[in-house]
Design a protein. Structure first.
Ligand SMILES: [Fe+2]
Ligand SMILES: [Fe+2]
Length: 348
C-alpha cells in the first residue's frame, strides 16, 4: 500500500517525465523539420548527432553518420577548413556566425551555404563540443551572381567604349585588373575584396578621360605643366567616385595608386603603412602593365625590365611581400605576360 507521500512523489516524477518527453519531442520535431543541416560534434570533431536534413544530404541515415568527421564527407582541403573552424570554436569559446562558404558536394555540384557554429558547454561551463547549423543559400547566391555579372558586364561595356576613345589607357586598365586579381588571389584575399580590387583596377585611370588625348599620348618629353595635368587624373577620378557609396575603399584605392612606400609618389606623398594594401597591389600591377605594353610614345620596355624595376624597388617604392608574390607568379608563368590576350600582342 503506497503512502500519501509516495503517491505525491510518483505523481511528481510522472509529471517530470511527461515534461521531459514533451521537451524531447519538441526538440526532435525541430531537428527533423528544420530545412537546415544541424549537427553536434564532440571535442574530437566527431559527429554525435545530426538531423534528418543533414543525413539526407549524404543519402544516409542519421545513425550511419555518427562517429564520422567532416573528412569522411568533404574533399580534404574543405574538411580541413571546417576542422579549423571547429577547433577555433572549441579553443576560444567564441561562436562563428553566418560564415558564407562554397562547398563541393559528393555528387560533384557546388553549393553555397551559410554556417553558424557555437560551443556546447556543460553545467560547469566547460566546452564539450560544438553545434552547427548550415543553411543552403545556393539559389540566393545564384541571383546575386547574375546581378553581379550584369554590373560587371556594364562596366566592361563602359571600358570598351573608353578603349575605343583611348586604346592605350583603357586596354591598360583591363590588363591591370587581371594582374591585380592574380596577386590578390595568391595572397589569399576573399572573393569580395578581390572583386572590389578588380573594380578599382578597371576604374583607376578613368580620370584620364578629362585629359586631352594629345597630352596623354604625346610622343617625346612632356613639359612640367603637361606632366602635372596628367597627374591630376588621380584626383579627378577620386572626385568622380567619392559621391557614390562602395562597401570597400574603392575611391581611396584609386586615390592612392600612384603613391609609393618612400613617400615620393603623388598626389599626397603618403608613405609606408598609410598606403592601403589595395593601392599597393594596384601600384605593382600598374607599373608591370605599363612597362610591358607599348605606348604611342615609346615601345614596350619588356617584362625583364619590369621585373628589374620591381626587384630594385621592393621595400622602397613597392610592398616587398607583394613584389615577392608578383615575381613568383611571373616565374610560374615562365615570364609570359599572362595579362595580355591575343589582341593585345605579347611584349617580352
Ligand atoms: Fe594612373
Ligand atoms: Fe594606370
Amino acid at each position: 500500500m503506497k503512502t500519501k507521500k509516495t503517491k505525491r512523489k510518483d505523481k511528481f516524477y510522472k509529471e517530470l517525465e511527461e515534461k521531459f518527453a514533451f521537451e524531447r519531442e519538441l526538440f526532435q520535431n525541430l531537428l527533423d523539420n528544420l530545412p537546415d543541416a544541424v549537427y553536434f560534434k564532440d571535442r574530437k570533431n566527431r559527429l554525435i548527432r545530426v538531423n534528418r536534413f543533414y543525413a539526407e544530404g549524404f543519402s544516409m541515415t542519421p545513425e550511419e553518420i555518427l562517429g564520422k568527421t567532416d573528412f569522411h564527407f568533404f574533399p580534404r582541403e574543405q574538411a580541413q577548413k571546417m576542422f579549423e573552424d571547429d577547433t577555433y570554436v572549441l579553443t576560444t569559446g567564441n561562436p562563428i556566425i553566418g560564415k558564407i562558404e562554397r562547398t563541393l558536394l559528393p555528387n560533384g555540384t557546388n553549393n553555397c551555404v551559410t554556417t553558424t557554429k557555437i560551443p556546447i558547454k556543460n553545467k560547469r561551463g566547460e566546452i564539450t563540443g560544438t553545434m552547427g547549423i548550415t543553411r543552403d543559400i545556393t539559389a540566393y547566391d545564384q541571383i546575386e551572381r547574375t546581378r553581379l555579372d550584369m554590373v560587371m558586364s556594364s562596366l566592361k561595356v563602359l571600358d570598351r567604349v573608353l578603349e575605343i576613345r583611348d586604346p592605350y589607357t583603357f586596354g591598360h586598365t583591363r590588363r591591370v585588373s587581371i594582374i591585380a586579381e592574380k596577386i590578390a588571389q595568391d595572397i589569399g584575399w576573399d572573393e569580395n575584396k578581390i572583386l572590389s580590387l578588380k573594380m578599382s583596377a578597371e576604374l583607376h585611370d578613368i580620370g584620364k578621360i578629362l585629359i586631352p588625348l594629345e597630352i596623354l599620348n604625346k610622343p617625346g618629353k612632356l613639359s612640367e605643366l603637361e606632366f602635372k595635368l596628367i597627374q591630376e587624373h588621380v584626383k579627378k577620378c577620386y572626385d568622380m567616385l567619392k559621391p557614390h557609396s562602395f562597401p570597400f575603399p574603392l575611391p581611396e584605392t584609386i586615390y592612392q595608386h600612384h603613391e609609393r612606400l618612400d613617400g615620393k609618389g603623388y598626389p599626397r606623398g603618403l608613405a609606408g603603412e598609410k598606403i592601403i594594401p589595395e593601392a599597393r597591389i594596384l601600384a605593382i600591377a600598374d607599373v608591370l602593365e605599363a612597362m610591358t605594353f607599348h605606348r604611342p610614345y615609346r615601345a614596350a620596355l619588356g617584362i625583364k625590365k619590369a621585373v628589374q624595376e620591381l626587384k630594385d624597388n621592393a621595400g622602397l617604392k613597392y610592398d616587398q611581400d607583394m613584389v615577392k608574390i608578383t615575381l613568383k607568379i611571373i616565374n610560374e608563368n615562365n615570364f609570359r605576360p599572362f595579362w595580355m590576350n591575343n589582341e593585345d600582342g605579347a611584349a617580352f
